[in-house]
Design a protein around this ligand. Structure first.
Ligand SMILES: Nc1ncnc2c1ncn2[C@@H]1O[C@H](COP(=O)(O)OP(=O)(O)OP(=O)(O)O)[C@@H](O)[C@H]1O
Length: 683
């Protein structure tokens, strides 16, 4: 297909939708004035009064009305938090970090002082912090060491409509924590907060798109409040006819905006990384062909596995005579304000994670592209119109919008529950007995119990073992925590922590470019380990650290580029390693334990954690799961691709054209014996 400018492509026509049209002036006044002009500011007094009077408040308000940034400040400024802290949970780390920056600026402080954030492997909060934006996962972790969350007086569950597994976990636990703290208070002070001890807890649930009645019922008919109005109008357009190729339609719509519309940045919602990368290339190619009189186009990708430092680029100011085009997954759908965004293009698609259980031939997460829900469509449109009037171009018809489902199925109904079961066990609870808003599927609960039992975290009577408790201390997935604990027995914790840190980074260390695989194999031959990817990773890290001791920043980058390695993975992994070493110290594990000839010890440690992620070579040359029914292939990007070895262990299975094992090592079959516990007869 020859390339031609999008101008020559047929235009896409959009129907204008109803919706608020009221023009609103853009204010360039200081932050305080902006605060006062937010729709929520008009209701401030009433809001504070209601929060003061109620244990639980459900707050609904349009996107951009000021809930996330203002409510915590109102609570603080009205003294409702007393001596305690205010936690504001966010389903995504990028939201927690960017909101803390904004609210700190509004308070005139630095992040980490009065206002801070805490996300996995990055905690900025200090002794003065009163407002803490925290990822829902981090608050769950805090629960493990402080089961009454005693340092918080107010917990705000923001974007509760997303119904992530962690948010549902918190929704359920906060209800019991609140009741327990009330009991303590009543007992000590007959209804009044005691001078010392734990204060009562206030819960605020917030969203723009929430089934408020359902939340209210769950929290014993909690009060529902509505914030009226939005700051700036967003004009919504739907395509006149349905689109078959959303990537191509996005390309054309972007250039229609770029050529026809005044300055203003564009935020595009796409389902996943592959589409983002292909569109990034096309937009850059077409942009080069535009006349010089056109503005520059700056394209920024935005997806979960992009390192945080690259994600942060989307918040940078757009230079003059340029237009920022952010290509994002639903990671940018809720909570955040990206300065400069005037136009949103919504493809109407997203990827949904769903766990396919071992019993049905899976044992892995699938990521399938599907239509978004009405809730998502509204959140996406809400990313425009935050600093001035905005526009949202939906690449689907109004009829298609009307046919969308209302809200996505909660994660608790579709994701692996292994980590949650472990966390609940640490709190002395069972998933089967906790009162969730939507109970999990019993098969998923059984699968999680089984996985934990195999890892040795639970005993034959489903009780938490000392190993299980230690596993929960590590801020990594249970199987990785198990590998670290096993390394203690094998005396190679130092090596294992290095590898686990690399696996836990947000991006893959090994860049995989399908048409350059020979060149890649050649470039990596110096540190390639015959046993496979885990020890190759370790060799790569050691080589990198040795080189980095003497080389400049530029040379380090070149060194990584020549070897098709992701330098950011190294830098991130080194930070994660520090955290894991600290955790080891806390649970009295010697992280310095190291072996000169560590191959067998490392692989035995990994086998202990990965026994459920293993496959045996079959006579026909395929690999079949040891625990499960699937036939898997070694991923072409692996150092073991095309190799036939008797048995493999792997970090994950991914499903594309086949079921591929990624992060693979070859191990002797004998390593599996004794790696699993045995059930007593009849269990
Ligand atoms: N980083 C920022 N830069 C510029 N303006 C911002 C920023 N963060 C917030 N704002 C302003 O504050 C307004 C309110 O933001 P806030 O996140 O509190 O709204 P919200 O009601 O929680 O929205 P949502 O439901 O979409 O999360 C935004 O519409 C925008 O005008």
């Amino acid at each position: 297909m020859s390339l031609h400018t999008p101008r020559k492509k047929p235009r896409i026509y959009f129907d204008e939708d109803g919706g608020p049209r009221r023009p609103h002036p853009i204010h360039s006044s200081p932050l305080q004035k902006q605060r006062e002009q937010l729709p929520i500011a008009k209701g401030r007094e009433a809001l504070v009064r209601e929060i003061r009077q109620n244990d639980v408040t459900i707050l609904l308000g349009e996107t951009g009305s000021g809930k996330t940034t203002q409510v915590p400040q109102y609570v603080l400024e009205a003294g409702l938090a007393g001596k305690g802290m205010i936690a504001v949970t966010q389903p995504r780390r990028v939201a927690a970090t960017s909101l803390a920056a904004r609210v700190a600026a509004e308070q005139g402080v630095k992040v980490g002082e009065l206002v801070g954030y805490s996300v996995r492997f990055d905690d900025t909060c200090g002794i003065d912090t009163k407002i803490k934006y925290v990822s829902d996962g981090m608050l769950v972790r805090e629960l493990l060491s402080d089961p009454l969350l005693s340092r918080y007086s107010v917990i705000v569950l923001d974007e509760a409509h997303e119904r992530t597994l962690r948010t549902d976990f918190l929704i359920a636990n906060l209800k019991t924590i609140q009741a327990k703290r009330k009991e303590t208070t009543d007992a000590k002070g007959k209804g009044k907060a005691p001078a010392s001890g734990i204060n009562p807890l206030k819960i605020i649930v917030m969203s723009a798109t929430l089934d408020a009645e359902k939340f209210s019922r769950f929290y014993n008919n909690a009060k529902i409040l509505y914030v009226k109005g939005r700051q700036h109008p967003v004009k919504i357009f739907h395509t006149a006819v349905g689109q078959t190729d959303y990537v191509d339609s996005t390309l054309r719509t972007f250039f229609q905006i770029h050529i026809d519309q005044p300055p203003g940045d564009v935020l595009v919602f796409l389902p996943g990384q592959e589409d983002i990368e292909s569109l990034e290339k096309s937009i850059k190619t077409y942009a080069r062909r535009l006349p010089e009189s056109c503005m520059n186009v700056l394209v920024y990708p935005m997806y979960a596995s992009l390192p945080p430092s690259l994600q942060a680029r989307i918040f940078s100011a757009t230079p003059s005579m340029s237009r920022k085009c952010i290509l994002a997954t639903n990671i940018a759908e809720t909570s955040i304000t990206i300065p400069g965004i005037k136009f949103v293009i919504d493809t109407g698609k997203c990827k949904e994670k769903r766990y396919l259980s071992r019993d049905t031939g899976g044992g892995f997460d699938t990521l399938l592209t599907r239509d978004i829900t009405k809730t998502s469509a509204m959140q996406r449109a809400g990313r425009a119109g935050r600093e001035g009037p905005g526009f949202c171009f939906r690449l689907y018809t109004e009829e298609a919008f009307n046919g969308l489902g209302t809200a996505a199925e909660p994660e608790i109904r579709r994701c692996s529950l292994t980590q949650s079961v472990l966390e609940l066990k640490c709190l002395g609870q069972d998933l089967e007995t906790v009162e969730f808003m939507d109970p999990p599927d019993i098969n998923s609960v059984v699968a999680a119990l089984k996985a934990l039992w195999i890892l040795g975290a639970l005993d034959n009577s489903k009780a938490l073992t000392p190993i299980g408790r230690q596993m929960a201390s590590f801020p990594v997935e249970p199987y990785l925590a198990r590998i670290i604990l096993a390394s203690n027995t094998h005396g190679c914790t130092s090596e294992v922590i290095d590898i686990v840190s690399l696996i836990s980074s947000s991006s893959n260390l090994f860049l995989d470019i399908s048409d350059q695989r020979d060149a890649i194999a050649d470039a990596r031959s110096k540190f390639r380990h015959p046993s496979g990817d885990h020890l190759t990773m370790l060799n790569a890290l050691r080589a990198y650290q040795e080189m980095a001791e003497t080389e400049s920043k530029g040379s380090r980058r070149d060194w990584c580029r020549q070897r098709f390695l992701n330098e950011r993975t190294f830098t991130e992994a080194l930070k994660i390693r520090d955290q894991l070493r600290l955790t080891c110290q806390r649970v009295k594990l010697d992280w310095k334990a190291s072996k000169k000839d560590s191959e067998e010890s490392v692989l035995r440690s990994f086998t202990t954690g990965l026994v459920q992620n293993s496959a045996l070579l079959q006579p026909d040359g395929t690999y079949k799961q040891l625990m499960g029914h699937s036939v898997v292939k070694i991923h072409p990007g692996s150092t073991l691709a095309d190799k036939k070895v008797p048995a493999i262990i792997f970090d994950e299975l991914i499903y594309t054209s086949h079921i591929y094992a990624r992060g693979v090592s070859s191990v002797p079959r004998g390593y599996f014996s004794g790696a699993t516990p045995t059930l007593p007869n009849g269990s």
